[in-house]
Ligand binder design. Structure first.
Ligand code: ADP
Ligand code: MG
Length: 401
């Protein structure tokens, strides 16, 4: 490495030029400079290692996000098909229970996919202002279940206005991942404390356990994807936490000592805004009430997903036109004599992407509304795949009105 070499000559020359110091002090300064040189070299080596590590993470991330993207398309199909079945079955049909099982499993798979995408940071996020105390408080039962009988669980709310901007599902994921790790660290029982606090500028969430703790080597690697010390660990828990916290503008502190337990603390900047009102679960509007016979053009390159979405639209009471790519969509628009009220297009289309298609079609059909769908970009304005029928219904209505 030539850079540190020349740097050293330059730095060594400085004390000689600057002052006629006594030789004892000169040799002190030489030693000092040498030490600084060694430190600089060490820092350089560290950052090289970090770059290599990031490249590895990036490669794994690309692979994972590709798989997760295809997978969420498949789940869209399963979720749509179960909602069709649900709608067609008589209320007392014994098959309802099976359909419920399928939907439950598909929703779990969708959550898992979201976790994988959150870790690769390509997920469509839905950040909102949330109250830390409320989110953590709402998880109490789950946390106790996760901990099991041998672990004392203590929840300490901040009692302050601990408002932060984060996707609430992600926040729950963070708390859950930390709690699972705390439990795993205490196989023979102990105590777990989940604490929220707030000061003038920040809100803090910490999970403390009285478990096995970590040595320095382990501590240095815990956020690495796939790093695990457990027989059946995935090594994705803390990598996911780190990705979510970074995405939401927070930072993480780890305090841990072998045999003495662990505290992992996360800090977010406080939000001055108020918590968004939750959507009341009692206001269930039948989905079919959303459509008024409008015509929707669906552009999606995956055949099964396109069929599923078109099927959902028809059941909601829309008229559906379909196209597999931008070229087909342009043809459909040319040939369709009537109005097309809305373009529902995937962003990631081959050759001409969804945004470009929307721009082109806007020239021909100026009044046509547009809704984007997306499996793996960070576009906040796109419907996140897998798409649930109720989300689709609401989003289309909002765009049409
Ligand atoms: P996994 O739990 O699947 O191993 P994580 O990413 O969640 O993956 O954690 C990575 C590693 O960090 C764990 O295997 C464990 O060695 C260490 N670790 C995480 N949390 C704790 C904790 N609370 N106490 C002790 N070790 C922990
Ligand atoms: Mg874990």
């Amino acid at each position: 490495m030539s850079a540190p070499g020349s740097l050293s000559r330059y730095e060594l020359a400085l004390p000689l030029l600057s002052s006629p110091a006594p030789s004892r002090s000169l040799s002190n300064r030489l030693r000092d400079t040498e030490r600084r040189l060694r430190e600089t070299e060490q820092r350089l080596r560290d950052s090289e290692a970090q770059v290599r590590q990031l490249q590895k993470v990036e490669a794994v991330g690309n692979l994972a996000s590709g798989v997760a993207h295809d997978f969420s398309n498949i789940l869209s199909v399963i979720l749509a098909a179960t909602s069709f079945l649900d709608a067609d079955l008589a209320p007392d049909d014994p098959l309802r229970e099976d359909v419920g099982e399928i939907r439950g499993a598909a929703e779990r798979a969708a959550r898992l996919t979201r976790q994988l995408l959150a870790f690769t940071r390509r997920q469509v996020q839905e950040p909102r202002v949330v109250d830390l105390d409320a989110v953590v408080g709402g998880m109490e039962r789950m946390l106790r279940r996760v901990a099991g009988g041998a672990i004392d669980v203590e929840l300490v709310p901040s009692g302050e206005r601990a408002h932060v901007v984060v996707d609430p599902t992600h926040l729950e994921q963070v708390v859950l991942n930390l709690a699972v790790n705390a439990r795993d660290a205490m196989p023979r029982g102990g105590a777990m404390r989940v604490e929220c606090s707030a000061d003038v500028t920040h809100a803090r969430l910490s999970v403390t356990d009285t478990g096995c703790g970590m040595d320095a080597d382990t501590r240095a690697r815990i956020f690495e994807p796939f790093f695990t010390t457990k027989d059946s660990g995935t090594g994705l828990g803390l990598a996911t936490v780190a990705a979510i916290v970074q995405q939401s503008g927070g930072d993480i502190r780890v305090d841990s000592e072998l045999g003495r337990g662990t505290t992992i603390a996360i800090r977010w900047p406080l939000s001055a805004r108020d918590v968004a009102a939750p959507i009341a679960a009692t206001h269930v509007i039948p989905l079919s009430a959303y459509a008024r016979g409008e015509t929707v053009l669906v552009v999606e390159d995956d055949d099964a997903v396109r069929r599923a979405i078109a099927g959902q639209l028809v059941r909601l009471g829309y008229r559906a036109l379909v196209a597999a790519n931008a070229g087909e969509a342009l043809l459909v628009c040319e040939r369709h004599a009537g109005t097309i009220d809305l373009l529902l297009t995937d962003l990631g289309l081959p050759i001409v992407d969804g945004r470009e298609l929307a721009t082109r079609l806007a020239r021909q059909r100026a009044s046509m509304r547009v809704v984007f769908m997306s499996g793996h970009t960070g576009d906040a304005d796109a419907l996140a795949k897998p798409i649930r029928p109720d989300q689709l219904a609401r989003r289309l209505r909002a765009a049409l009105d």
